[in-house]
Design a protein around this ligand. Sequence first.
Ligand SMILES: [Ca+2]
Length: 295
Amino acid sequence: MKKILPLTAVVGMAAAAVAAGLPSDEARAVTSRPGAKSPRSTVTLSVAPGSLTASELPCLPTRLAVSMTNTGNEPVFADATLAADAPIVLTDEVFSTYLPATDPDQPVTRSVGVRVPHGTAPGTYDLTVTAGKQRVVVPLTVEAVPEPAPGTNLAFGRLATASSTHGNFRTCGAVDGDSDYRNWSTGSGWNDADKGVFPDWLAVTWPEPVQLGRIEVVTYGTPSRPAALQGVKDFDVQVRTGGDWLTVGSYRANTRERVVTTFDPVTTDSIRVVVHASNSSDYSRILEVEAFAPR
Ligand SMILES: [Ca+2]
């Protein structure tokens, strides 16, 4: 029968280091049981990185790696709780795990997303991870989204949604600023999840309206298997204005990787690509969607 042993005692090294403003790539605290007899349970909590910087761009999430390591010789169940200063949101508030006693010690890590809601004031917010009496505080510096320079891709990092997203692909991959086909398999593109079913759509949305005059859609293709074989074939480019979708570009039998749509300036809070067919007849694949102010 597995024993459930409590975490006890604390040396809050990382919190102290952070409070002292010391540089640290990894905040760390150690729990031990002073004077405990064998068998002993010792769990080390560590959180990386030691500090974070983020903005409210929803598709550029910041992550925190929370690790717990059983450095004792008895298996243990351990819980870490996570909290953030309002209005910061964490994807996980509890991290519970079984930690077998292994030699060498094996950390168990949870990657926790950190989201900065729209309207968050620039400043420093504490992210606090607690395990037993251990407590690690990671300061999050929220920076304002910079005013876009002329020619900036306004879709970069913005909220991306889709009709569906396949497996390991990420909807946000289509607004990560990377349109290099070589990074397709590393999450830099959107691939819908419904094989052979159309239409599919991918949208980008802004919290406040923006003025646009050009949208560029990059579909997936490689030198050996170009867009003519696996890119989007029939699709419409639309902008939302007054609550209605206005089609500004309509393409059929497309074989190009990058399709540029220019249109009269329009004020919009969302754009989308509606795919009616792909050249491979199975999935819709988009590497990147870019949006620009009128020239
Ligand atoms: Ca991309």
